[in-house]
Design a protein around this ligand. Structure first.
Ligand SMILES: Nc1ncnc2c1ncn2[C@@H]1O[C@H](COP(=O)(O)OP(=O)(O)O)[C@@H](O)[C@H]1O
Ligand SMILES: [Mg+2]
Length: 247
């Protein structure tokens, strides 16, 4: 459903993405792994046109698009099919959980308030936070705020959700609840591309793994295959360094 060919991005004179290819089908959950600075965030931001790629071709739902050539209108139309979950939640601090979820539906999707609220409540229920509908972000834990952000993503009924290290800003005891919500979405068939350092999560929940290093996709494989017969020295070294960190 989403295929990328030859994605390149230069920022401030250095080439951050050096020609990345990837492909996912409907219902796939792609885990993007790799060392810090490898280009994972830039890749995800280009996929949602938060950054404009310098080169690359995207095929989405059967439609082929030249990534640098996308007009603002093309991008707005594309974004109605996607959602983005940030590491730092990016909620409006002066809006309640419910208002954070309805905002995009009312403003961007021109939905009527009552209908938007109905959708938003269903989404909050899906992440286990219907009872927090009237709470403001500062009254919620980091984990709860991220679950509101996920509800906001889900409420737009996107075809694909991009998540950039959704649990990296959280205290360890709050990570599990957020991963559980994402696991449930995966089980429900939501298509996702998720940058994560949670290797166990990637192993058990993702269907595909993309390994990024120095602006290149070093590997893209079905998850079982990726973890079973990992032959690339660079990737083995990466996993050994994680083992050391985890003691
Ligand atoms: N806005 C920016 N300005 C300058 N350099 C950037 C910018 N965004 C990313 N980079 C550089 O691009 C490289 C990849 O960054 P990033 O995509 O954030 O990697 P990752 O998410 O894998 O850690 C890093 O070397 C980073 O310093
Ligand atoms: Mg990053």
């Amino acid at each position: 459903m989403l295929e990328i060919k030859g994605l390149k991005k230069t920022i401030g004179g250095s080439e951050i993405l050096k020609g990345v290819d990837l492909a996912i089908g409907k219902g796939d959950v792609m885990a993007v792994l790799g060392p810090s600075g490898g280009g994972k965030t830039t890749l995800l931001r280009c996929l949602n046109y938060l950054e404009k790629a310098d080169a690359g071709e995207m095929t989405f739902l059967g439609q082929r698009m030249d990534m640098p050539g996308m007009s603002r209108r093309d991008i707005a139309a594309y974004r109605r099919h996607t959602a983005f979950v940030f590491q730092s939640y990016n909620l409006f601090s002066n809006k309640t959980a419910l208002q954070n979820v309805t905002e995009g539906l009312i403003v961007a999707r021109k939905m009527e308030k009552a209908q938007a609220e109905e959708r938003a409540l269903a989404a909050l229920e899906r992440v286990g936070l219907a009872d927090k509908r009237d709470s403001y972000p500062n009254q919620l834990s980091g984990g709860q705020q991220q679950r509101v952000a996920i509800a906001r993503a889900v409420a737009g009924e996107p075809d694909v959700i991009f998540l950039d290290e959704p649990t990296s800003a959280l205290d360890p005891e709050l990570i599990g609840g957020v991963l559980e919500v994402i696991r449930q979405l995966a089980e429900d068939g939501m298509t996702m591309i998720i940058v994560t350092h949670e290797v166990n999560f990637a192993r058990h929940v993702s269907t595909k793994v993309l390994f990024m290093d120095e602006g290149r996709a070093l590997a893209m494989a079905p998850t079982g295959e990726f973890f079973q017969e990992q032959k690339l020295e660079r990737i083995q070294t990466f996993f050994r360094s994680l083992d050391r960190k985890e003691g």
